[in-house]
Design a protein around this ligand. Structure first.
Ligand code: MG
Ligand code: MG
Length: 260
């Protein structure tokens, strides 16, 4: 069942998603070789709590962290750990925060130190595909318009588009209807209405689309161990167009010239 949000509910969702954006900006200050992923998680949790929120992922179906941390060939749902980031890695930080009972959910994949041009291209393409999807998020279109836009953009550039995980509706629930796949056909799937809030989150692989799940039951990684990138925004469908409720502006402020 899809819940349409009132303007007031959208303002609560904006607040939660802006806090997530500010948290990603805080995390961005610490992403560098030598830092453990657990440290990034602690920074995110402290920042969210200091700013009136509650981590949205911690304890969700038993997930142990504030961030889902996705290093290199990890696609989603990595656990914060003692892994020490090294020069040339990429690290996705998927962050959730609850404010006033509403969820924020956004993800940014950071380059660590100096990353190869090939990997930068993966990051850039994945992020661009997110905005291709967002451009289709408008009343009168269907979810498949978004799905097709993401898939087409990435597959034309010969990247693998993960099938097993999707974007989703967002509200009081972290994962509401509808599912928002990163692959599909234009004109299929649920119709988009003003008042819907959805997370669009391309998960794009340098190699094939196939993934496996680690023995922890959570962490999804590429089957061929080629690297994977993930960006996510929360988007409200409006009468005219849409509004991106989350933000990468704080990340951009920190990364400066290194923001891609
Ligand atoms: Mg997320
Ligand atoms: Mg999400």
């Amino acid at each position: 069942m899809i819940f349409l949000k009132t303007d007031e509910e959208i303002s609560f969702l904006r607040e939660a998603n802006q806090l997530v954006g500010r948290t990603l900006g805080e995390v961005a200050k610490w992403v560098q070789p030598g830092v453990t992923t657990k440290r990034l998680d602690e920074i995110a949790e402290e920042f969210i709590r200091d700013n009136g929120g509650v981590p949205g992922f911690k304890g969700y179906e038993g997930f142990p962290g504030t961030l889902c941390i996705e290093v290199n060939d990890e696609v989603v749902h990595g656990f914060p750990s003692d892994y020490v980031l090294k020069d040339g890695d990429i690290v996705g930080c998927d962050c959730g925060a609850v404010v006033n009972g509403f969820n924020g959910d956004s993800c940014y994949t950071f380059p660590v130190g100096n990353v190869s041009e090939e990997v930068l291209k993966l990051l850039r393409t994945t992020k661009e595909s997110l905005y291709e999807g967002i451009a289709q998020a408008k009343a009168g279109n269907r979810v498949g318009h978004i799905s097709f836009a993401v898939q087409d953009y990435c597959e034309r550039r010969r990247y693998g588009v993960v099938r097993e995980l999707t974007g989703h509706g967002l509200g009081r629930g972290l994962h509401e209807d509808p599912e928002v796949p990163n692959y599909g056909k234009r004109g299929t799937g649920p119709l988009l209405h003003a008042g819907m809030v959805i997370c669009i989150e391309p998960m794009i692989n340098m190699g094939s689309k196939n993934v496996t799940i680690d023995s922890n039951g959570w962490t999804v990684r590429t089957r061929d161990h080629k690297w994977s990138a993930h960006y996510e925004h929360a988007v409200a469908i409006r009468e005219e167009g849409n509004e991106i409720l989350s933000t990468f502006d704080y990340v951009k402020e920190v990364l400066g010239d290194r923001f891609i």
